[in-house]
Design a protein around this ligand. Sequence first.
Ligand SMILES: Cc1ncc(COP(=O)(O)O)c(C=O)c1O
Length: 391
Amino acid sequence: MITEQLRNEFLVRKDLTFLNFGSFGACPKPIFERYQQYQLELEQEPVLFIVKTGLDYLQESREALGQYLNCSADDLVYIVNPSHAVNLVAKNFPLKAGDEVLTTNLEYGACDRTWEYYCNQAGAQYKKQPISLPLTTKEAFVDDFFKGVNNRTRLIFISHITSSTGLRFPIEAICAKAKQLGIPTFIDGAHGPAQAPIDLSLLGADFFTGACHKWMMTPKGSTFLYVNKAYQRMLDPLVISWGFNSTTPSHSSFLDYHQTQGTRDFSAFLCIPKAIEFMNQYNWTAVSSACKVLVKSNAMRFCELVNSQPLAPLTDDFILQLFSIPIKTKHPIQLKNLLFDQYKIEVPVMPHGDQVFLRYSIQAFNTQAHLDTLYDAVSDIIKTTNLIEID
Ligand SMILES: Cc1ncc(COP(=O)(O)O)c(C=O)c1O
């Protein structure tokens, strides 16, 4: 199913055991080559590219992404990263003193900081609803989460797949219930695209950001923000430029505002159609399923090795191509550095609250041998150091 030809498409260094696709993705050769072609075309005629041909490619790229996500291309804008998207919405969302933004205690730290900053400015509260781990069922998750809703809740902000725990949250049920209650939703889907199926029309989220440069494998700095039409007029751009109060407006002020951001190289955004073509060529649903099988079939032995439990049942409801092993260590940075320096393994050791997770990612180029190397390294570290506590 995953052929040698596909494994060889990736540029990731072969002298490393690379188990951290989740942090920043990694481009396969055909997508990276397309990126370089766009950059070459840009430098060969910068004016034509920036004011005309590049904008046509951008339109084609948004249309391809709109089809992939099942939404209108005009409700999508490309931005560099999810932090940018969260800042854009948080800065503009009309919060007043006493209002609440409901989230979980398992969100990405940079996004927490953004919301805390803008909530503080408005006198509003960024409320982190505690999620009990291990997760049991989607229904229990939704019940737990909605205990945080009250008549001051103005927005729900929640991850699709979290960074440190690697868990997939039941955003479909959350968006549906929020809609019944009349609460808008903002999904932090940084890890979602190409790791989980996404149908934005069916989902009904009001805001959704997804990083294409992670699991869709496009070059760094390619991310989208989807905004339901009802909220597009609410968003002033983070960078005021020619698109603001444009004298030559296009059909969409949403695009004029957020797409026109001064001179920049937007070649990374243009590679989305190539990434979709690449995934189709290799039958990505099957590739991703094979990765998920590898993730799950190794999960228990890692948990047993460090004497811990998985954070959720080992099903596609909660676990996809990331698996976070809860470990006990007082020295996460030392442990990460040791794994890299001595064992040549690229794998993150991520503290979150009072817990620490060793998170492996599985992409098409990973094999059982990579996970065996990690297993042997962790066993060795347990035997030879006191960096991991087993009690
Ligand atoms: C869940 C989640 N949200 C947001 C982000 C922010 O991404 P960036 O730092 O690229 O803006 C990340 C990054 O990995 C993430 O995992």
